[in-house]
Design a protein around this ligand. Structure first.
Ligand code: BGC
Length: 722
């Protein structure tokens, strides 16, 4: 941090006191601080504080404490004190929650808000004031390596969950939403240019960002990729015309890291406020531009003001009590992680074998075979920037052994298929744990595409990059990741499933992975399939809760699972250019007449429900559906009442989620409740006027347990105000 003589530290504290007392606004206080800052200090606010020489150490340092940008000690300006990430705090040994995709499967914004509160507290207790936990990129294709960091394929679900996480974080830290925008290919993320028209952009890929901005998010992180020919750091259309002018965002924009800024002055002009995390492109470019008159002073002040105003407002309004380090991985947060994991697990199939379904496991079984390498591994997500290092992790085998002490449990890693099948044959039931790990998918840190000349190295040659890549890999714990090579399981897993299921018909398959897995090759061979995602540090215990019936599998799919990858949009992990249109996920399957293997929103429980639409009140942009939900089974359980709008005039209707609400009900219980509707999915934006209106069509609505393919119960959607 730069040290200066002169004014006394604590000036920021004085501002905060005045703001709290209502004697000054955050904007006035920011003006006052700016007047105190020297020209160099002003520039200092516009990038990270880490010197370029420390670049390689940065990744390991991020575990030790927040990464700081724009701290000015003499005025007590703390700077933005950054920490990731989406599945928990990456510093220290924090709570590892189920990954974002798993939490999307809970369809439970209230629970997500609790997770946000926990992440905010743990981040703050470890010295951060700024968290990049909110990742709302839309999953355009399930092969995206970072699918696990986002909330799936639907704009309304993504928006509601992102808003909930933001609201949970903000009383403790400034919340940052990322990666703005259209970041959904990993391998070529530094280079790919996404072409998109105004309709798909505003109506499909941005509404959830807008929702999070409207909920008061403090900061936006720009993405690496370019959109319509402009990298995001210099993309004035997105950073200023859309984000500021159209949406009214007042916080600050930071770059994605290291390779996210291409032009020192150009990025400032376009609306990027802070280059993170190094003193890199701007530290080299801005002082020279200031000297020769290419750097307009008002742009420097504009960005400095945004950062200071937002930070001051945060300091003045955050919860005053400082959390102690005891909140980090506290028993309460671990219990929350366990609850979230059970609510996230999606039961895809549970057919009877003989008289009864095999899940929940019959308490009278004597022997259980648990098969698969992943059954015994702490497998809680990728090894990229969102990697959390919890104090302990419960693997599936640990959880089952603890939950079933009286049962003989054998474990085989499945490398010898015949031995695994024999063990399954000797057991009363078999649980197979198969799927993905950090090698198959995730953020790809080492990337030959990265232009290392940006770090000041006078070369761009491939071999030299490889050496640097190797250094980065070996000096940190970062693993392979990248986009998925295939949407199916590994062939060895598929062979294992086939052999084990043939040896014991009472076989349940537990899937681990960050998004959709295509199961067609073996779906009919097993009676039960449970998608557990990456379930976090309490995942093994949560899995045991669900398999034994101590908890129900509460999850519903946040992404459609197709029968064939050919039914999905074009995806090329190495693409340099790609066009995004408005057809992806369940909507594309519906438009093209390809039934999903498991549709968006699908998930079974241990009981059954009926849903009925009772009433509706609809405005231009939002409304309410009143629905009646009844638990028709013999166990307590929960469902998600999902409200879809559909244009019934189409030959192949394409339902669009417009609202949802999770409900817990006792056996036989019934409740009538309101579901808040967001009608954005049936509205369109006129690119000329930027005004929105209802899309023409014969719109109807219905309530369902998942994205519907039968439209008998559609009620005409009321006219606005009716
Ligand atoms: C990722 C961001 C992350 C940042 C800092 C980047 O590589 O894309 O999601 O917040 O690193 O860890």
């Amino acid at each position: 941090m730069a040290q200066y003589q002169g004014a006394t530290a604590g000036t920021v504290d004085a501002c905060v006191r005045r703001i709290r007392a209502g004697r000054q606004t955050a904007a006035e206080a920011a003006d006052q601080l700016i007047a105190e800052l020297t020209e160099d200090e002003l520039l200092w606010l516009l990038d990270g504080d880490t010197p370029i020489q420390a670049a390689l150490k940065l990744m390991s340092r991020m575990k030790a404490g927040p990464v700081v940008g724009g701290a000015v000690a003499r005025l007590g300006i703390p700077g933005i004190r950054f920490s990731d990430g989406p599945r928990g705090v990456i510093m220290g040994h924090s709570t590892a929650f189920p990954v974002t995709m798993a939490r999307a499967a809970t369809w439970d914004p209230a629970l997500e808000r609790e997770v946000g509160t926990a992440i905010g507290l743990e981040a703050r207790a470890q010295g951060a004031n700024y968290s990049a936990a909110v990742c709302v990129n839309l999953l355009r294709h399930p092969a995206w390596g970072r699918a696990q960091e986002c909330y799936g394929e639907d704009p309304v679900l993504t928006g509601r969950m992102g808003v909930a996480l933001t609201r949970g974080l903000r009383p403790h830290v400034m919340a940052c939403v990322k990666h703005f925008a259209l970041n959904s290919v990993e391998n070529s993320r530094f280079k790919v240019d996404v072409t998109v028209d105004e309709h798909a952009l505003h109506e499909v890929y941005l509404p959830h960002f807008r929702a999070v901005v409207a909920a008061g998010v403090d900061s936006v992180m720009s993405s690496y990729n370019s959109v319509n020919g402009r990298f995001l750091d210099v993309n004035k259309v997105l950073l200023t015309d859309v984000l500021r002018d159209e949406w009214g965002f007042e916080g600050f924009v930071t770059s994605d890291w290291v390779f996210g800024v291409h032009d020192a002055v150009g990025s400032l002009e376009a609306g990027l406020d802070v280059e993170m995390p190094l003193r890199l492109v701007r530290a080299r470019g801005l002082p020279a531009a200031r000297e020769d008159g290419r750097l307009p002073h008002h742009l420097v002040v504009r960005s400095a003001h945004r950062v200071l105003r937002t930070t001051l407002a945060h300091l003045a309004t955050r919860e005053q009590a400082e959390p102690s380090l005891e909140v980090v991985a506290s028993p309460a947060h671990r219990a929350l992680a366990r609850r979230a994991a059970t609510r996230a697990m999606v039961l895809l199939k549970n057919d009877p074998v003989g008289a009864a379904a095999i899940l929940p496991l019959d308490a009278s079984i004597g022997r259980l075979a648990v098969i698969g390498r992943l059954a015994a591994e702490a497998n809680i997500g990728d090894h990229g920037s969102s990697m959390v290092d919890p104090p302990s992790t419960s693997a599936p085998l640990d959880g089952l052994r603890a939950a079933l002490p009286g049962i003989e449990i054998s474990h085989l890693d499945g490398s010898h298929i015949a031995a695994a099948a024999e063990a399954a044959a000797r057991a009363d039931a078999a649980i197979l744990v198969v799927g993905m790990d950090h090698r198959d998918e995730g953020e790809r840190i080492q990337n030959d595409d990265a232009d290392l000349s940006v770090l000041g190295f006078p070369f761009t040659l491939r071999p030299v990059r490889r050496v640097i890549g190797w250094l980065v890999r070996t000096r940190s714990q970062f693993g392979r990741g990248g986009d998925r090579a295939t949407l199916t399981l590994h062939a060895s897993d598929e062979r294992l499933i086939t052999a084990v299921a043939a040896a014991n018909p009472r076989t349940a398959v537990v899937l681990i992975g960050g998004s959709a897995l295509i199961v067609e090759a073996w779906r009919e061979r097993v009676p039960a399939i449970l998608h557990a995602w990456y379930p976090g540090m309490e995942g093994g215990r949560a899995l045991a809760d669900v398999l034994t019936g101590a908890a129900e599998p509460g999850g519903r799919l946040p992404v459609a699972i197709p029968t064939d990858p050919a039914h999905l949009p074009f995806f090329d992990a190495e693409a340099r250019t790609i066009t995004y249109d408005a057809w992806w996920g369940q909507r594309k399957l519906d438009r093209d007449g390809h039934p999903a293997a498991f549709p968006f929103g699908f998930g079974l429980g241990y009981t059954t429900f009926e849903h009925a639409l009772v009433d509706q009140r609809v405005g231009e942009t939002d409304g309410t559906a009143t629905v009646r939900v009844r638990n028709t089974g013999a166990r307590v359980g929960s469902t998600v009442a999902q409200v879809y709008a559909v244009d019934t005039a189409l030959e192949r209707p394409v339902p669009r989620l417009v609202g949802f609400r999770r409900v817990d009900l006792d056996a036989g219980g019934e409740v009538t409740l309101d579901v808040a509707l967001d009608l954005t999915p049936i509205r369109q934006r006129d690119p000329r006027t930027r005004l929105w209106s209802r899309r023409p069509g014969s719109w109807g609505i219905l309530v369902a347990a998942h994205s519907p393919s039968v439209f008998d119960d559609v009620a005409p959607l009321a006219a606005p105000g009716a």
